[in-house]
Design a protein around this ligand. Structure first.
Ligand code: ZN
Length: 368
C-alpha cells in the first residue's frame, strides 16, 4: 500500500595528496636507522613506546619491516620529512521511514535499518566500519580511510635522519585514524584553524614536543637546532616546562608552518565542507520531493478508503488512523526538511564565500 522511497548516494569525497610510489630507502640507510633506533630505544622508554605504536600502525611485524615503508621525499626543498595521509571519506545517505518505531536509541535504530539497507551497499562494504549519524529525517553512514606514508629528505647526516624520523613517527602513529571532523564554524579564519589543528593529538605540537625532548635527552641542549622561541621551553635535561599551547605561535611563526602548511590546508578543508554541504542539500531536496509525492498518494488512499469505510466500519478504522498518523509525520518531516535546506544552503553559501582561493573546484550549493 505504501511505497517506500529509498535513496543511495555513495560518493568518494576527498583525497588529500597522493601517496608516493612505495619505493624505499637504500639498504644501507635502513640498516643504519634500525641500529640507531634499537640503541636509542633501549635507553628511552618514550621512544620505545612510540616505535611500537608506529610498527602497529604500519601493520608490519617488526621495526625492520616497518623501516621498509620509508621512502626518500621526491621534493624536499622545504621539509626534512613528511608524513602523507591519503584521507578518504565515503558517505551513504538514506531516508528514515515514517513507520519507524518511536523511541529507539541510536543502537536500536542501527539494528532496525541495517538489514533494510545491506543490499544497497556495495557488496564488499564492511558494515562494521561504518559510522552512523541519525538526523531527524535521514541518516548518514560514513566510512573513513586513512592511508599513511613517511618520506625523509635524502642526504641528511644520520643523526638528523633519526631525529626527523622520530618527528614523523609521531604524526604517523598518533594522529587519530578517523578524520577529525572539522565542525562548521564560519567565524574561523586560517589562523584560528591553524591554532586549533596544531594542538590536535599527533599534530605539530606533539611532534615537536617529542622530537625536541628526544634530541635534548640524547645529545644535550647544545645540539638542539630550534629557533629560540621554541628552544626556550626545554631545560638542559630535555624536560619541557611549558604548556602545549605555548608551542602554537613559535611553530606557526618561527618555524613558518602557517605559510608552509596550514593556509593551503584550510582552503582544502573549506572546499571539503562545501562539497559535504552540497551533497546533504542535494539529498534533502530529493527526499523533500519524495515526501511531497508520498503525501499525495496517502491522501488519495485515504479518500478512496473513506467512501469504502461507510459500509465496512469499523474494520478499517484502525488502519485509517494509522494512515492519518503517517500523513501527519510526513508533513512534519517536510517542514523540518525545508528548514534544514534553508539553513544548510546558507552555510554552504557562506563556506563557499570563505573558500576564496578555491584551490579545489567547488560544487554549487544550488545542486545539479
Ligand atoms: Zn610535522
Amino acid at each position: 500500500m505504501i511505497r517506500f522511497l529509498r535513496f543511495l548516494m555513495p560518493m568518494l569525497l576527498v583525497v588529500f595528496g597522493g601517496l608516493h610510489s612505495g619505493a624505499s630507502l637504500d639498504a644501507g640507510s635502513e640498516a643504519l636507522l634500525e641500529t640507531q633506533l634499537e640503541q636509542a630505544k633501549s635507553q628511552d622508554p618514550e621512544l620505545a613506546k612510540l616505535l611500537a605504536e608506529a610498527v602497529r600502525q604500519s601493520g608490519k611485524p617488526n621495526v625492520h619491516e616497518f623501516l621498509t615503508i620509508l621512502d626518500w621525499c621526491a621534493d624536499s626543498r622545504d621539509h626534512a620529512g613528511l608524513t602523507q595521509s591519503q584521507l578518504s571519506q565515503v558517505f551513504y545517505y538514506f531516508n528514515r521511514e515514517l513507520e519507524e518505531p518511536s523511541d529507539l536509541n541510536s543502537e536500536q535504530l542501527q539494528a532496525y535499518y541495517l538489514p533494510k539497507i545491506e543490499k544497497n551497499l556495495p557488496a564488499n562494504e564492511n558494515t562494521k566500519l561504518l559510522h552512523w549519524a541519525f538526523r531527524p529525517d535521514f541518516y548518514v553512514l560514513t566510512k573513513f580511510e586513512n592511508k599513511r606514508s613517511i618520506c625523509l629528505r635524502k642526504g641528511m647526516p644520520s643523526d638528523l635522519l633519526l631525529e626527523f624520523l622520530v618527528h614523523e613517527m609521531v604524526h604517523y602513529a598518533r594522529v587519530p585514524a578517523e578524520l577529525s571532523t572539522f565542525e562548521t564554524q564560519l567565524e574561523l579564519d586560517p589562523l584560528a584553524y591553524s591554532r586549533r589543528m596544531i594542538l590536535q593529538p599527533g599534530d605539530e605540537a606533539d611532534a615537536y614536543l617529542f622530537q625536541y625532548s628526544f634530541v635534548v635527552r640524547h645529545d644535550g641542549k647544545k645540539r638542539l637546532a630550534a629557533p629560540i622561541g621554541v628552544a626556550r621551553f626545554w631545560d638542559e635535561k630535555g624536560l619541557f616546562w611549558g604548556r602545549r599551547e605555548d608551542l602554537v605561535l613559535p611553530i606557526l611563526e618561527d618555524l613558518g608552518y602557517f605559510k608552509k602548511r596550514f593556509r593551503d590546508e584550510y582552503e582544502r578543508v573549506l572546499a571539503r565542507q562545501v562539497q559535504t554541504k552540497a551533497q546533504v542539500l542535494n539529498f534533502a531536496r530529493q527526499l523533500l520531493k519524495a515526501r511531497q509525492s508520498e503525501v499525495t498518494e496517502f491522501a488519495d488512499t485515504l479518500a478512496k478508503r473513506s467512501v469504502f469505510l461507510n459500509w465496512v466500519w469499523p474494520a478499517y478504522k484502525k488502519q485509517t488512523q494509522s494512515l492519518e498518523a503517517l500523513i501527519a509525520k510526513n508533513e512534519k518531516s517536510q517542514t523540518s526538511l525545508q528548514a534544514l535546506i534553508r539553513e544548510d544552503f546558507k552555510q554552504c553559501h557562506d563556506l563557499r564565500a570563505l573558500a576564496r582561493n578555491q584551490l579545489v573546484p567547488l560544487p554549487s550549493c544550488e545542486g545539479p
